[in-house]
Design a protein around this ligand. Structure first.
Ligand code: C5P
Length: 397
């Protein structure tokens, strides 16, 4: 039930805007109050009169409506709600949100709000699959924006595929989930992410190609289910999600110290690509190109964070999840790794360059548990994250 919940509903300009009318009814049936905002394009698809009649509330549409500013400014409007829902979320609205634009009322509210935002994307299948939209989606998910849909199906434009807006009742369920505490409320999860940088001297270091995309998505997925997340990250390319307890580190040793300091935890997910070695004879000063000849680097082993936490005698997190980035015999190697490290689950993937996984937006994983290997279809890293977060919630319940 959504009694006493206040939803700010932004209706974008897409053919699915007609479903927003039903959504208003469904939300109100469950006790929510709905304040509608209709974009200019949205008003080409549904009339302002039907939107405000169904919501029994004042409709907002113009950023520069002075009466509204006198009654309730756009900042206040963006914060008075318990949740902002964007349905339909068009490619244009998503792009504006991802870029932080604020040229109209809808985008200004979305930029100004301090509340959670749920978007129900709706667009032509090619527009949905376009790298620009997928890039924007990843950015939005990284920012902690919740999504519902789109679904596969016949589209108004005659094509078939993903892009149809989720049905009103699916959106209501997502609203319900967003406003409830979530299955991971009260649980603390530590997530490691990104590469590590192991210094050679004050200006040079050894790194790897991890972007931190998968670890970041996992932290977002856990946050969406209500977890408190400590996010220990090396210097990745992807911005950390909002809402985590952020600990930024450079080296494997620092990462280990940060993980230990973050305990106790109910679960730990080790998605970082931690360097296996550090340079034992790292120089305090920049190594000079001089007559002494080529420098020789000596390596020493780094602490294995996953193994050390998995094998803790006391205070071990209830669920420890490791990753296995392999280029050959993925399942055999990952299964052996699970045993060797002593973790509960391993998320295994093939990071051979031809898979495009390292640094890409998709992942193709196999989940290895004590029950065996479970092959997941290739999907976006945020979908892998959502699925893994749901499994973690199940395991901790
Ligand atoms: O041994 P390998 O590096 O292949 O194991 C990968 C898994 O172990 C990942 O989950 C990674 O985060 C973790 N790991 C770690 N500390 C290390 C090396 C790897 O936590 N020093």
């Amino acid at each position: 039930m959504l009694a006493d919940k206040h939803i700010l509903l932004i209706i974008g300009g897409g053919i699915a805007a007609y479903k927003a009318l039903d959504l208003i009814r469904r939300l109100r049936e469950r006790g929510a109050s709905v304040t509608p905002v209709l974009t200019k394009a949205g008003s080409e698809f549904v009339t302002p009169l039907s939107v405000s009649a169904l919501s029994s509330n004042k409709l907002y549409s113009d950023l520069f409506d002075l009466t509204d500013e006198a009654e309730m400014g756009h900042i206040e409007l963006s914060r008075a709600a318990d949740l902002i829902v964007v349905a339909p979320a068009t490619a244009d609205l998503m792009a504006k949100m991802a870029a932080g634009l604020s040229g109209d009322l809808a985008s200004t509210l979305l930029l100004a709000t301090d509340k959670r935002v749920l978007i129900a994307p709706s667009m032509n299948v090619r527009m949905w699959e376009h790298p620009a939209t997928q890039r924007n989606l990843a950015t939005l998910q990284g920012d902690g924006i919740l999504t519902v849909g789109p679904n596969d199906g016949d589209m108004a434009c005659g094509e078939y595929g993903p892009g149809r807006m989720a049905e009103p009742l699916e959106i209501v369920a997502a609203v319900d989930a967003a406003l409830s505490d979530g299955p991971l409320a009260g649980k603390h999860v530590v997530v490691t992410s990104g590469p590590t940088h192991e210094p050679i001297d004050p200006v040079r270091y050894i790194a790897n190609r991890s972007s931190g995309a998968q670890g970041t998505a996992i932290a977002s997925g856990l946050l969406a289910l209500g977890a408190k997340v400590t996010f220990v990250t090396g210097p990745g390319d992807v911005a950390p999600p909002r809402g985590v307890d952020l600990v930024e580190v450079q080296t494997a040793k620092q990462m280990q110290d940060a993980v230990n300091a973050a305990l106790p935890a109910d679960a730990a997910v080790f998605a970082a690509a931690v360097a296996d070695w550090h340079v034992a004879n790292a120089s305090d000063n920049k190594i000079k190109k001089d007559k002494a000849g080529l420098p020789t680097l000596e390596f020493a082993e780094n602490p294995d964070i996953l193994a050390s936490i998995s094998q803790m005698a006391s205070g071990r997190p209830g669920l420890v999840v490791g990753f296995a980035a392999e280029t050959t015999d993925v399942i055999a190697n990952a299964t052996a790794k699970r045993e060797r490290k002593g973790c509960d689950w391993i998320v295994a993937n093939d990071v051979s360059p031809e898979t495009g996984i390292m640094g890409g937006s998709e992942n193709d994983v196999t989940l290895i548990t004590s029950e065996g290997a479970e092959d997941w279809p290739r999907m976006g890293k945020s979908e892998v994250a959502a699925r893994l977060a749901a499994r973690i919630a199940q395991a901790l319940s």
